[in-house]
Design a protein. Sequence first.
Length: 217
Amino acid sequence: MAKRMHEEYPNVVVMDHPLIQHKLSLMRDAGTGVKEFRELVRELAMLMAYEATRDFQLAQTAVRTPIAEATTYVLAGKKVAVIPILRAGLGMVDGILQLIPAAKVGHIGLYRDPETLKPIEYYCKLPEDIGERDILIVDPMLATGGSAAAAVEFLRERGAKAINLLVLIAAPEGIEEVVRCCEGVTIYTCAVDSHLDDHGYIVPGLGDAGDRLFGTR
């Protein structure tokens, strides 16, 4: 899987594999319909999870193949939690669970005040052992960074320690907010775009990810 650390933001991993960039281009296209958009979000989330779990530790074990006994490796007791930020983050969960089916899933519900653009929590349901798990917060867009930073804060208040953030597209403003508020969090993204417009949308972005996932406006 191709990746590179962002030149300006050392805690940002930009995933520039050709398949990822191809699928991201299809997602950006305003002509891409709901069904295909959902499939692309799921596929990209799976590819991103593959890279985000690269540093998971392995333990040696032995299995018997049809031919002989073999020394092999398995995940070393790693427990994972996938935490989508509602609602758009839901579209990324199934792709990750295809790779890590034993992961538990929590949910954080936030909405952005239309005037202040600040996140307000309306729902939070997490695994009881959240402090013992490696956490992947997922949300397609990192725009102002307020929701992501708030989600990290809520998780840390409940004992979470190892937290990474997976987003499809990030704006510099969102990255800077997470860097400012969330020390130790690595951001995995497929692209760092230009800037935010006056309404808080990423430019060029892909529009409202939630609306495109669920066919709403």
